[in-house]
Design a protein around this ligand. Sequence first.
Ligand SMILES: [Zn+2]
Length: 101
Amino acid sequence: MAILLLVIFAFCAAPRQKGAAMAKYDGPPMNLANMRANGVRDVDAECASCGHFSTANVDPLPGDVFVPDVGQHLRCSRCGGKKIRTRPAWHSRSRPGFDGT
Ligand SMILES: [Zn+2]
């Protein structure tokens, strides 16, 4: 028992490496071509003015548009706001074998 407690204490007392798990990404934001290559064709869009949230298909936009810039092409259907935050709609991703057929 004492050995077990010692092992648990040693594990809990071990110094943790802060930031080792996830390094901050400093590269360019994802563009639509890369998003589509990952099986995602929609973006999640949230209005900065009223908080309205929706998912929008972005097939008509070219692949070189950065995902955060898609909001410049959108307008809030609730309040008409033009400040829209966007991110890939990973939940809409098509995956082989999961298309319901
Ligand atoms: Zn709005």
